[in-house]
Ligand binder design. Structure first.
Ligand SMILES: Nc1ncnc2c1ncn2[C@@H]1O[C@H](COP(=O)(O)OP(=O)(O)O)[C@@H](O)[C@H]1O
Ligand SMILES: [Mg+2]
Length: 315
């Protein structure tokens, strides 16, 4: 449904988006993840036809954004980082205005507003002036204008930014409910968002794609190593030294000791049978093993792992 090929955007000599390519299949939600300044908003502005690319193509529903911008805009609903709301209007007045801008036929406007309000559950505030609404409701009104012309594709730029945890949950559920009938690209710099909402993830940093996978696939690809927590009854220094010299233990991430027990968090290479070696070693030494637990690597770990070394870029 969406095909991005070798997209590049330069601002003067600064390369904001650097030769990125990815696809989004019909009905799926793609999470576009990256730190601030990575190039997410720039990419979305190009895909929605608000800004030309320097190089490369974006095709939405078989229309090239550069060649058929009007056809593309008909098929796209766009929620920019800051929702384009006229805060002195009531919700109904604003949606009426949005419907006219999107050239919905006069006789269909009222039905389109009803349907959008129902989808984003704002039926109870339609007569209210937008500036009196909570941030969560404002965001939903922004979503209502994005879907009012029933577009096939939704481009949502950081849709949960600035919301409280309950509103975040509601907006995420709302977005999920829109998938299937819509194809969605959602940008975010916060990781749990993609795990909870998206079918696929593209991670972008400094304008380049550094990972492309499903949330589960990303987690799996990281499992060349695992974090192991061990609690042992024994002298902490000796236990740590013994653990460090065990084949497959690549690092000790944390050590603590209390009442003759020590607790270590180890990073272990999955190629070695570290757990077996450690339990044999501890029993040889006469230290009782009280606990041994593998910590699953979370998306958070993966994100930090991928990002580490190069850091983000300030926007
Ligand atoms: N109009 C512009 N002129 C010059 N540089 C820009 C412009 N818009 C964005 N940038 C720069 O491009 C980079 C990517 O920005 P942006 O796409 O907004 O990133 P993100 O949305 O991932 O935070 C940033 O370093 C930003 O400062
Ligand atoms: Mg942005």
């Amino acid at each position: 449904m969406i095909e991005i090929r070798n997209l590049t955007k330069r601002y003067g000599s600064f390369v904001a988006v650097d030769d990125i390519s990815f696809d989004v299949e019909r009905g799926k939600i793609l999470g576009f993840l990256g730190p601030n300044g990575a190039g997410k908003t720039t990419t979305m502005r190009i895909v929605t036809g608000y800004m030309p690319a320097t190089k490369g193509t974006a095709v939405v529903a078989d229309y090239d954004v550069a060649k058929d911008p009007i056809e593309v805009k008909r098929r796209i609903g766009y929620l920019p980082e800051t929702p384009p709301l006229y805060v002195d209007m009531t919700v109904d007045e604003y949606l009426n205005f949005a419907a006219r801008i999107k050239q919905i036929e006069t006789k269909e406007v009222s039905g389109a507003i009803d349907s959008a309000c129902e989808k984003v559950a704002i039926g109870d505030v339609r007569k209210k002036v937008i500036k009196t609404l909570s941030k969560g409701y404002k965001q939903r009104v922004g979503l209502a204008q994005a879907i009012i012309h029933d577009p096939e594709v939704l481009i949502l730029d950081e849709p949960t930014i600035g919301l409280d945890p309950i509103q975040i949950k509601e907006v995420r559920e709302l977005i999920k409910s829109l998938a299937g009938s819509h194809t969605i690209i959602l940008s975010t710099h916060i990781l749990p968002e993609v795990g909870m909402t998206c079918d696929e993830v593209v991670i972008i940093q400094e304008g380049k794609i550094i990972a492309k996978d499903t949330p589960n696939g990303l987690a799996k690809s990281m499992r060349g190593s695992e974090k192991l927590t061990v609690v042992v009854e024994g002298p902490v220094e000796e236990v740590s030294n013994a653990a460090t010299s065990t084949e497959g233990v690549s690092a000790i991430l944390e050590t603590s000791a209390q009442n003759g027990q020590c607790s270590l968090i180890l990073e272990c290479d999955l190629k070695h049978h570290v757990r077996k070696s450690l339990s044999n070693l501890f029993s040889e030494k006469g230290w009782s093993l009280l606990e041994m637990k593998v910590e699953e690597s979370t998306l958070e770990d993966i994100f930090i792992h991928i990002m580490s070394g190069s850091g983000g870029r300030q926007s």
